[in-house]
Design a protein around this ligand. Sequence first.
Ligand code: 13P
Ligand code: SF4
Length: 359
Amino acid sequence: MSTTLASQDRTRMTVDDIFAELKMRLGAISPDFELREKAELAHEINQLKLKRNAVILGHNYMEPALFHSIPDFVGDSLDLSRKAAHTNKDIIIFCGVRFMAETAKILNPTRTVLLPSLRAGCSLAASITAADVIALKQRFPGVPVVSYVNTYADVKAESDICCTSSNAAAVVASFKSDTVIFLPDEYLASNVARETGKHIVFPTRLASGAISLDTTGLDYQMIGWRGRCEVHEKFTVGDIALVREQYPDVVILAHPECSPEVVAASDFSGSTNAMIRYVEQSRAPHYLLLTECSMGDNVAAANPDKDMLRLCSVRCPHMNQITLQDTRDALLYTQYVIDVPEEIRVRAYTAVERMLHIG
Ligand code: 13P
Ligand code: SF4
């Protein structure tokens, strides 16, 4: 699966061409009438995209028909941030969630950035506010703040650097400081702590908004936060045990937003792109991806010769909001425009820009 698709090819494709491609990739999981309807929409979107001089960025969690028919680029958060930073198209359509569209605007403010649905949020981004970060900085003065890219712009503006699941450990290791604050994903932070050999502590936020943690006698190098991805927290070690019992030779890949216990019980952990590469470049009797289900469908469609086991009741309700219809409407009606106040954007830019230079 390539992270770079030629938009030129897509805009030249007829409805029949798109239908044939969707049928070849997704014929086993979707009926023809549905694929035909989606091919017609995708064709309309590709023509509108050309007319409006737009680029479409699609996260790996997009539903399979959308994923395989309209994005100019598909990839993980880090990858798509880089694409957003460098595009010279007038409009960036972000088929992903709000924090991703905001990151595109932070990096490329002269472009119009559109998110096809305003309901595409993220439980991690919602778990922390700028006021929380300010309170943490007051409690731990001088300690650098690393924020996962799954945060809103005002939180990024209070941070020293951002990271994604691709480069989180490298970002933490890049600091000379003995201690770092790592926000807001409890599980990603714990996984990074394990990987970098650091001890992590989790402070409590009091009703007053102040941060409480008695550090007397504590040995710690990372300060975390109790945010969680509502999708990845659902996977359990029990799920893994059951699958291994039935398929002893399965290779299990877990996103680092899964709990440390799940990551430890898996064979590999990495960003969505890293998992895709792993499947592409290895040959195992069976694979199980512990991540959002649409990505499992997309990886299965791109690797028809490999056996992907499904543990698939787990879809991200936010990513799931982005449909072909809403993407067509985004281009037709220029909606929904994502803006970031300039005073916040310039401070967030520094943190995001630093992230792009690492790993
Ligand atoms: P990636 O950066 O690995 O694509 O992850 C983004 C995300 O939201 C995972 O839940
Ligand atoms: Fe947020 Fe989890 Fe959905 Fe990713 S999968 S967008 S981290 S809620």
